[in-house]
Design a binder for this molecule. Structure first.
Ligand code: NAP
Length: 470
């Protein structure tokens, strides 16, 4: 039997290896080429940290874990592992944001549960220890309930954004009550079951109350904010448990999530405060953007001829391309057009699809070379020189109202300037709205033609039409 100090040293070394795997994994996730291996590296790090912790708890006599405790731990690891494996295998790419929201929530909830246990032990701990547990527990609980509401909204279980006068003051009130209970617990005035239960109940309520009014188009920012908060909560509870792997993993997730939140907010041209406390993306004013005029349809054969004789085409992929899994057909069409001497570029909006980098991942999967892909800042000036902007299943990210119509709920969000192209061809199934639930002025412009149909089928027809055009 190895000595206690040997067990301790091996455990800490394993945590260091796990932490290095998290960081290297994250680094690899920043490019679509290495992203898959990055996920594997980080996942392996997590597996290592979990198994080492379990072995440590089993082996350390000082912890005195009962066999019931061990059985509960093994049962939880098995149940969590199986559920995550099965749901990860089954989830459609387009439902990934919901899944991320749910996993965020679980992380926050787990951190809050650790805090609850430590707080119930109360007087055994120093004030600093209790304060760290309380702050981590608060953040974890807010992130847990907020993420569940975000999940319900993305899943379509909650369709309305609940707003009423004085809502911000009510939220401030809930925050103050939660803080008051937190102070009572940490100061030792109250650390019994009722105070701790009320503390968590109000923190959970705050997460719900904060998230309910947030509109659809802001969900990407909210999800990444809760991701950052969950990381922070886990980091705090890592200090409470004196667990290096949790501290490092929590800090890495917290800082990565914070950067992502900033990037997403910037992509929507909004400050975080604006996302949390204003009415952007309100769907009850849906269609209120005041779009008038009618959409004009085009046949694939005519669209194909127009494209075959173009000099420059900019393709704008969106959520509908992901739903239809049309990326391979789109690449086939692109190669055909390039063979015809057409200059083809892809324009990617930072919030196109349903998760950050969604379009880049799909195009990479189909083998589209990176030098054909440009982001919003790089390509926006080029639409004016494009003969055709081909919009495939995108909607909100090309809505000119965001630029020109102050009354639009998405006014101020940077968009791809597809409306500046000489001709616009839009592939979508019908008159359906995008994620933010508003009409799109682009679809009724003089130079716009609608090619109705599922993206994969429509792009296949375009391929035939371009071939037929010679
Ligand atoms: P979008 O505005 O949601 O519009 C997608 C369009 O695709 C719909 O209008 C729909 O119209 C069409 N469509 C659906 N299925 C289709 C199919 N099988 N074939 C062809 N078309 C199909 O998409 P987007 O322009 O990519 O904008 C993304 C939106 O999602 C933004 O509002 C963004 O804020 C939000 N969001 C983004 C993220 C992120 O991280 N990227 C996360 C959450 C939310 P039809 O029904 O008529 O076909």
């Amino acid at each position: 039997m190895p000595s206690a100090s040997t067990i301790q040293m091996v455990t800490q070394l394993s945590y260091l290896v796990a932490a290095a795997l998290f960081i290297l994994g994250l680094k690899r996730m920043s490019s679509p080429v290495t992203a898959v291996s990055g996920v594997r590296w980080a996942g392996f790090g997590m597996l290592l940290a979990t198994l080492v912790t379990l072995a440590y708890v089993m082996g350390a006599p000082s912890l005195n874990a009962s066999s019931l405790n061990l059985m509960l731990m093994i049962g939880a690891i098995a149940a969590g592992g199986i559920l995550a494996w099965v749901s990860g295998k089954r989830v459609a790419m387009t439902n990934m944001p919901q899944m991320i929201a749910l996993y965020n929530g679980m992380g926050g909830g787990a951190a809050a549960a650790i805090a609850a246990v430590e707080l119930y032990r109360g007087s055994e701990h120093s004030i600093t220890h209790l304060a760290i547990a309380t702050v981590g527990g608060f953040i974890g609980a807010v992130s847990f309930s907020g993420s569940l509401i975000a999940f319900a909204k993305l899943q379509g279980l909650i369709t309305k954004s609940v707003r009423f006068g004085g809502q911000k003051f009510m939220n401030l009130g809930i925050l103050l009550v939660t803080a008051a209970f937190g102070v009572m617990i940490v100061s030792g005035m109250q650390y019994g079951l009722p105070a701790i239960s009320l503390f968590f109940a109000f923190a959970l309520l705050l997460g719900i109350a904060m998230t309910l009014p947030i509109g659809g188009a802001d969900m990407p920012v909210v999800i990444s904010l809760y991701n950052a908060l969950t990381g922070l909560a886990v980091g705090f509870e890592g200090f409470v448990l004196d667990n290096a792997a949790m501290i490092i993993a929590g800090t890495v997730v917290g800082s990565a999530g914070t950067l992502l939140t900033q990037l997403m907010a910037k992509a929507m041209n909004r400050s975080l405060a604006n996302v949390l406390f204003s009415n952007f993306g309100e769907t009850s004013s849906a269609g209120g953007a005041g779009v008038t005029g009618s959409q004009k349809a085009i046949e694939a054969s005519d669209a194909g001829v127009m494209m075959a004789y173009s000099q420059k085409i900019i393709i704008v992929p969106g959520y509908g391309l992901a739903v239809a899994q049309a990326q391979h057909k789109v690449w086939e069409l692109t190669q055909l057009l390039i063979d015809h001497g057409v200059k083809v570029r892809f324009a990617i909006h930072p919030v196109a699809g349903r998760m950050p980098g969604h379009m880049n991942v799909l195009l990479a999967e189909a083998g589209v070379p990176y030098d054909l892909i440009s982001d919003l800042d790089e390509i926006n000036a080029e639409f004016e020189t494009a003969d055709v902007a081909l919009i495939i299943g995108a909607n909100d990210v090309v809505n000119p109202d965001a630029r020109a119509n102050r009354a639009s709920p998405i006014f101020g969000m940077p968009i791809l300037n597809a409306d500046k192209a000489k001709n616009v061809i839009v592939i979508k199934r019908g008159q359906g709205q995008g994620f933010s639930g508003i009409d799109n002025a682009l679809f009724v412009l003089d130079q716009t033609r609608m090619l109705y149909g599922d993206a994969q089928a429509a792009v296949s027809q375009l391929i035939q039409a371009v071939k037929a055009a010679g």
